[in-house]
Design a protein around this ligand. Structure first.
Ligand SMILES: Nc1ncnc2c1ncn2[C@@H]1O[C@H](COP(=O)(O)OP(=O)(O)OP(=O)(O)O)[C@@H](O)[C@H]1O
Ligand SMILES: [Mg+2]
Length: 216
């Protein structure tokens, strides 16, 4: 499978306080699947996604990406694995403000060594005419699509998205989800943390987190 978590824990400690953000989560996401990660605010969705993406290190348990162990390695090793296999997306979190949209994509491409046409990707997302725009010149919906473009620019086997449609109108959300579905059909494994009913509808399955545990 493309993405696997075995008994993942993540604790946060500050002073005597301990927060059990993720408690023993195991999951598998196959190529071609779109899976929604649902659950109340504070249930651990973003923390889990960060552990899966390797931007954070679990306190316990193991994460596997495309058959390679992601957790328990150096930050550099995790970054290399992420660059090769994972696209991550938040509404604006993966764009650099002092670069144009096109230069953001070129930089991401340079780091990740992907292939395929950047122009075609922008056209698929309906933002080819905004390629030269600065990030601050993009609308919320354009920003979300630009962020998806950066996540997909290297043709990742795994797409991890944290509330990608939070600030989008329904039509733009539907368009973005259709593009994500298209990538899944091309073999990408997709996990989307979201409160949106539209994301749950488009998903093949829904995982429900409560207090850091998968309850469904
Ligand atoms: N860096 C941190 N230090 C301490 N506690 C944290 C930290 N990050 C998250 N937490 C706590 O861990 C728990 C899970 O947070 P997380 O951000 O994963 O929730 P979430 O499900 O993504 O919520 P939301 O739907 O609001 O985005 C929360 O109780 C949160 O306060
Ligand atoms: Mg969150």
């Amino acid at each position: 499978m493309s993405l696997r978590a075995d008994n993942v824990y993540r604790f946060y400690r500050s002073g005597d306080e301990e927060t059990l953000a993720v408690q023993g989560v195991s999951l598998e996401i196959e190529a071609g699947e779109v899976v929604a990660l649902s659950g109340p605010s504070g249930s651990g969705k973003s923390t889990l996604l960060a552990c899966l993406a390797g931007t954070d290190e679990p306190s316990g348990g193991t994460v596997w990406v495309e058959g390679a162990r992601m957790s328990g390695r150096t930050e550099a090793a995790r970054a290399a694995l992420r660059g090769r296999h994972i696209g991550t997306m938040a509404q604006s979190g993966n764009l650099l403000a002092h670069l144009s949209l096109l230069d953001n994509l070129r930089l991401a491409r340079h780091i990740g060594h992907g292939t395929g046409s950047i122009e075609e990707l922008l056209a698929d997302l309906g933002i080819a005419d905004r390629a030269k725009a600065w990030v601050h010149e993009l609308s919320g919906g354009e920003l979300a699509r630009a962020s998806l473009a950066v996540a997909l620019v290297n043709g990742p086997g795994v797409l991890l998205a944290d509330e990608p449609t939070g600030e989008l109108d329904e039509a733009t959300e539907a368009r973005l989800l259709a593009l994500v579905r298209g990538r899944a059909e091309a073999g990408c494994a997709v996990l989307i943390a979201s409160h949106s009913p539209a994301v749950r509808r488009v998903a093949d399955r829904v995982l429900l987190l409560a207090d850091g545990r998968l309850v469904a």
